[in-house]
Design a protein around this ligand. Sequence first.
Ligand SMILES: O=c1ccn([C@@H]2O[C@H](COP(=O)(O)O)[C@@H](O)[C@H]2O)c(=O)[nH]1
Length: 270
Amino acid sequence: MSFMQALRQRWQQAGTLVCVGLDPEPAKFPARFAGDADAVFAFNRDIIDATAEYACAFKPQIAHFAALGAEDALARLVAYAHANHPGIPVILDSKRGDIGSTAQHYVTEAFDRYGADAVTANPYLGRDSVQPFLDRADRGVVVLCRTSNPGAGDLQDLDVAGRPLYQHVAEKVAREWNGHGNCALVVGATWPSQLREVRAIVGDVPFLVPGVGAQGGDVEAVVSNAKTADGTGLMVSSSRAILYASSGDDYAAASAAAAKSLRDQINRYR
Ligand SMILES: O=c1ccn([C@@H]2O[C@H](COP(=O)(O)O)[C@@H](O)[C@H]2O)c(=O)[nH]1
């Protein structure tokens, strides 16, 4: 099953638009993981098991693993999620982008080394830099459009031929790069009016929406501005607010409660 098929099936059958972000920070792990050489795997495995019921996707962020030298744990976690929670796609958040010959290696990294179903990609080197990802028709390519961070507008809002640059990205992805129907866009939860504008440009192209939870984005504004006509179209991503909902021994139950609460909040406005 392709990434897009799995995502749509998950939206419909599990009734959830929550993407659970996996951003390991060992200093925030519960005390029971102290001294555990495989803590990065074990903690994230427990979170995956606890939140799977509420997840339309999992999103490990590669820097959080690579900085710890825990790439092996990342590969095992993707395999673990697929084996134990089949049908929930995994998006590798690596924001890759480079000349085509190097981009091909990023494709191998994301889809073959780590086994991800989708990857985030930076569009600013142009189409040839994203093409090797687009060519993997069964995998998703989640292109940065209007990111959630405070400085997103520094470059993404620059006026280009009468419109902000991020709107050109949205238009290009929807009209030119999405020949295989495997594209999605990153649009931050912290920018409700931009969510609405991009939705108007791209029709039903799915959005990965980081920025709720720790970054303070408003769930109602996200859903009302960015859902598609059928009440789906969104992967509303939260990492820290789910992962570190408790630092006690109830960490897994607390993460499940946080994911359920986000699912229910989203569903109130669909
Ligand atoms: O525009 C973007 C793109 C990616 N991210 C990533 O999402 C998570 C957010 O973590 P929270 O703890 O839910 O704030 C993190 O991995 C970012 O690298 C983003 O925040 N904004």
